[in-house]
Design a protein around this ligand. Structure first.
Ligand code: C2E
Ligand code: MG
Ligand code: MG
Ligand code: MG
Length: 290
């Protein structure tokens, strides 16, 4: 079939494939319109240091205010963008919007690190570093070190050599990198040694189940030790309860993120949450005891 395809490309017509391709084109068109129309928004989930109790930053997470279907989570629309030009445009919009937010918070006295998720396609696109430099320039009152880019572990190792080049170039701008969903990508120790990332982000599936699954606990402990050995920071995501926090602290992981601390928040709810956190007794007991 593949051999014939070159010669007589239009002879094989599969209506099912054609229908799917058309549906996908239509969905991409809707997403392009959503971007142009300002229908995407960023929510922010706090990251806190359990040792000091400080809020050290927030992860920006995209949502789509769909005109008919309401607020959609990234799992419902990001996969449609995968590998398209539009994916890069959305990622670039996210970086600019998160920096604008950090800048606005800076102006009201809230000095906040922001983390942004970057797709593998955009990270490896030829324009990535230049776009990033431009975005940082545009929001000059945000120190580049206050921007962290989260890259999936699986994406970073898919094209290691190219990823290393890009990470090195971007780090010269002063930004930081984290390996997201760490532990799910089977990356070898050699890879980790070569990848210039500042932080390992332990995947939430291991964190969530570590209280009653010895294997998951072992992985969490392993990643924390790995980070120590390689001189990297470590953060745990998916921290749903105080017990998770207490155990992570005992294991030597200070920085945590998860529903137990806060769900992702709309930008205008974030400053208020920060004030409330200062008063959240349960988690603060954790920061002085255990
Ligand atoms: P991620 O980067 O690993 O983000 C963490 C996801 O886990 C978020 O889901 C967050 O809401 C959720 N989460 C946080 N704490 C907890 C918890 O304690 N328990 C549970 N069960 N879940 C928790 P969300 O917002 O649906 O995002 C899903 C994924 O979509 C993200 O995973 C990230 O890979 C991707 N994503 C989100 N925003 C963007 C974006 O702006 N650009 C790109 N390229 N990808 C994004
Ligand atoms: Mg992330
Ligand atoms: Mg993750
Ligand atoms: Mg994830």
């Amino acid at each position: 079939l593949a051999k014939n395809a070159g010669k007589n490309r239009y002879q094989i017509f599969d209506p099912e494939i054609d229908r799917k391709a058309q549906a996908h084109r239509k969905e991409l068109e809707l997403l392009r319109h959503a971007l142009a129309n300002g229908e995407f928004v960023l929510y922010y989930q706090p990251k806190v240091d359990l040792e000091s109790g400080d809020i050290i930053g927030a992860e920006a997470l995209i949502r789509w205010h769909h005109p008919e279907r309401g607020l959609l989570l990234p799992g419902e629309f990001l996969p449609l963008l995968h590998g398209s030009e539009l994916e890069n445009a959305v990622d670039e919009w996210v970086i600019n919007t998160a920096l604008a937010q950090a800048s606005a918070w800076h102006d009201i006295g809230l000095s906040m690190h922001v983390s942004v998720n970057v797709s593998a396609g955009y990270l490896l696109a030829p324009t990535f570093c230049a776009d990033l430099a431009r975005a940082l320039q545009r929001h000059g009152n945000v120190p580049p070190a206050h921007l962290e880019l989260e890259v999936l572990e699986t994406a970073a190792i898919a094209d290691m050599e190219q990823a290393v080049v890009v990470l090195q170039r971007c780090r010269q701008l002063g930004v930081h990198f984290a390996l997201d969903d760490f532990g799910t990508g089977y990356s070898s120790l050699t890879y980790l040694r070569k990848l210039p990332v500042d932080t390992l982000k332990i995947d939430q599936s291991f964190v969530r189940d570590m209280l009653n699954d010895a294997d998951d606990l072992g992985i969490v402990e392993g990643v924390i030790q790995l980070a120590t050995v390689f001189g990297r920071q470590v953060i745990a995501e998916g921290v749903e309860t105080l017990q998770h926090g207490a155990l992570l602290r005992r294991l030597g992981c200070r920085v945590v993120q998860g529903y137990g601390i806060a769900r992702p928040l709309a930008a205008d709810a974030f400053p208020q949450w920060c004030q409330q956190w200062q008063a959240d007794a349960a988690w603060h007991t954790l920061t002085v005891s255990s």
